[in-house]
Structures are given as structure tokens and as C-alpha cells.
Design a protein around this ligand. Structure first.
Ligand code: CA
Length: 366
């Protein structure tokens, strides 16, 4: 009897728990049903890209179309090109203060405000796209990124990657480390700091000014993105040499910024759609770049562009200085320091794994 009473009591307990569970379930599913009933959200997305900009700009527009299609029009995102609502480099601020609910840009554009942002974007001699994505989505990177942006009221998501970039377009031959001294080059981020430390002069300018600056000799060299975007900008018509590899940016990761207060007003199903669309664009943009960079490089070589590899001696010195610059950048900011400590340990494991398997097959395959 006693045993049956206990079992019965336990049964009641279980039933009660199940009931509470059901109610909880009902509560969490209630929101999307309400939303599905008709509530429509019209959001703005400011971007760092000119209108119809190949690769990254088209990716941002694809995100907006995907969200609208997946939500059956319940979340409409209007995309603004750089300068339409806010300038290219003010996307993060605009989302932070709520001028726009969403933004699309490159994390290192806001390094003046958030030094740690650079570590989620690109590191010289650092991770490629698959390594950066593995760290973000499986290695604890996203949690750190959310923590870093939270004080600004911004929720970040990975939303696009360039893959390995190129070292850029030069009107001066680079044969030794000394050839970098006095070199006037457009190159942003940590790569630019490496060049400065090696005696170069770093100049920054928006996309629209690069071609003329290179053609008139205002700068000796520039890096931009990769063959696809570089060809679209016409850089092969303004420089003698195209150098590889893209030591300064083995990948640039782009971000979707979401105003946290606006995010909290979205029903759970629309939040899931935004996350899924960002993940889709994140992978799709890399496919786009990989395929189109290959085609553009074939065309450039076909047109007789002088494609060269930076000498080993130069790459070795750049790598040495890059390690110092990255460590010093992290050490100068508490948040960056925390991110880099965790990221560096993870990446070292990834690089060791790549060394033991993946790199080998690339080298053998040729
Ligand atoms: Ca670049």
C-alpha cells in the first residue's frame, strides 16, 4: 500500500509537472501565433556598402529578401546603401542608438569605439573563414562577441565572409623588406598597423577614391578585397603588380548588427528566421566569393596582369611583426585582451589540426 501511495503521489507530481510544462510550451508558442496573425515589422538596415556592391553588398540585400520570404512578409527589411541614412563607418553607432534596427558592416570599422571588434573580423596571418566560423559558432566566439557588444545595446551575428584576400595592387616591386619602407599604401585594420611598424605609410580612403589615388600616384599600393571586387573597381588598370597571398586578411568576417531593444520586440519565430537567414548568408557569401574570385583571377591572368607572390623573406618578417601587433592591440584593451586569450588558445588548436591533416592534402593535391 505504502509503495502504491508513493507511486500515486509521484504520478500526480509527474502529471502536475507535465501540465506546467504544457503551459510553459503554450506560453512560448503563443507569441509567434500572435505574430502570424498579422503583426508586421518594417525595419531599416543601414550598410557600409555602395548600392548593388558585388559580393558583400549583394549579400546584405539577399539577407533582407530572404527574411521577407521566410516570414511571409511579416518582417520587411529595407536596405540602405552607405551614405543614404548614415555614412559607411557609422553603421554600428546608428544601430546602437536605434536610428536603424539593423546594420551590415565589417567589425573592424568600429575599432576606435570597440577595439575588441577587430578580433571577430580579421587577423593578419590569422584564421581563414572556416576557422573563424568554427570559433564563433562552436568555440565560444559568439558568446564573447555578444558580451562585447551588449553595453552598446547591439546584438551581433556573423553574416558573410570574403575568404582569403590578396596582398594587393602595387606600382613598386616588393623584393625585400626594405621595399616596404616609405611605401604609401591603402590598407586598414591590423594589417595597416603592421605596415606602419615596418616603415610604410598607411592611408585610408573610401572605395570610390582608391582607383584615382593609385592611378595618380597619390598612393603606391592598395589592397582591397580579392580578384572579384578588385576587378570591379578596375584596380588592374591602375597598378603594375598584383601580389599574393593576402597575409593581412586570410578572411574578413562581416557582421549583422541588431538593436537589442528592437530584437526583444520580435516574436520567437521571427527571431529564428533572422538567425537562420544570417547563417545562410554567412555561408552563401563565401561560396559566392570563392567562385567569383577564381573566375576573376583567371580573367586577370588572361589579360596579362602580372600576378606575383610576396618573397618568403618579406612574408616571414610581416608574420613576426603581425604577432607583436596583435598581442599589443589585445593588451591595450581589457575586452580585447579577454577575447584574444580565449581565441588564441582555440586557434592554436585549430592550426595544429590543420597542420596534421588539411594542409597536407592541399599540398599533395596541388
Ligand atoms: Ca581587404
Amino acid at each position: 500500500m505504502k509503495r502504491r501511495q508513493i507511486l500515486a503521489a509521484a504520478g500526480v507530481g509527474l502529471a502536475a509537472t507535465a501540465l506546467v510544462g504544457c503551459n510553459k510550451e503554450a506560453e512560448t508558442t503563443a507569441k509567434p501565433q500572435e505574430g502570424a496573425g498579422g503583426e508586421t515589422f518594417n525595419w531599416k538596415m543601414v550598410t557600409s556598402w555602395p548600392k548593388n556592391f558585388p559580393g558583400v553588398g549583394v549579400g546584405a540585400e539577399r539577407f533582407a529578401k530572404l527574411v521577407e520570404a521566410m516570414s511571409n512578409g511579416r518582417l520587411k527589411v529595407k536596405v540602405y546603401a552607405a551614405g543614404e541614412l548614415v555614412p559607411a563607418l557609422e553603421v554600428f553607432d546608428a544601430v546602437s542608438r536605434g536610428t536603424a534596427e539593423m546594420g551590415h558592416g565589417a567589425p573592424y570599422y568600429w575599432k576606435g569605439k570597440v577595439p575588441a571588434a577587430q578580433f571577430f573580423c580579421a587577423l593578419p596571418f590569422g584564421p581563414n573563414a572556416q576557422e573563424m566560423n568554427a570559433w564563433l559558432h562552436r568555440g565560444g566566439g559568439m558568446q564573447l562577441w555578444e558580451e562585447v557588444y551588449k553595453p552598446f545595446g547591439v546584438l551581433p551575428m556573423a553574416c558573410g565572409a570574403t575568404g582569403v584576400q590578396t596582398a594587393g595592387w602595387f606600382n613598386k616591386e616588393i623584393n625585400t623588406v626594405d621595399d616596404l619602407k616609405g611605401l604609401k599604401m591603402r590598407t586598414p585594420g591590423l594589417g595597416g598597423e603592421v605596415l606602419t611598424k615596418m616603415g610604410g605609410t598607411v592611408v585610408n580612403m573610401p572605395a570610390g577614391e582608391i582607383f584615382t589615388a593609385l592611378q595618380t600616384g597619390a598612393i603606391d599600393a592598395t589592397e582591397w578585397i580579392g580578384p572579384y571586387n578588385d576587378q570591379a573597381l578596375g584596380l588592374h588598370k591602375a597598378a603594375k603588380y598584383y601580389y599574393t597571398p593576402g597575409w593581412q586578411e586570410p578572411n574578413v568576417l562581416f557582421e549583422l548588427d541588431i538593436n537589442l531593444k528592437a530584437w526583444e520586440t520580435l516574436p520567437a519565430d521571427l527571431q529564428a528566421i533572422v538567425r537562420a537567414a544570417a547563417r545562410d548568408v554567412n555561408g552563401d557569401m563565401l561560396d559566392d566569393y570563392n567562385s567569383r574570385n577564381m573566375e576573376a583571377m583567371e580573367q586577370l591572368k588572361g589579360e596579362g596582369v602580372d600576378v606575383r607572390r610576396l618573397p618568403d623573406e618579406v612574408l616571414a618578417k610581416l608574420k613576426e611583426v603581425a604577432a607583436e601587433v596583435v598581442d599589443a592591440t589585445a593588451a591595450a584593451d581589457p575586452a580585447a585582451s579577454k577575447v584574444w586569450a580565449q581565441q588564441k588558445a582555440y586557434l592554436q588548436r585549430m592550426y595544429a589540426y590543420a597542420e596534421s591533416n588539411e594542409k597536407d592534402i592541399y599540398n599533395i593535391r596541388g
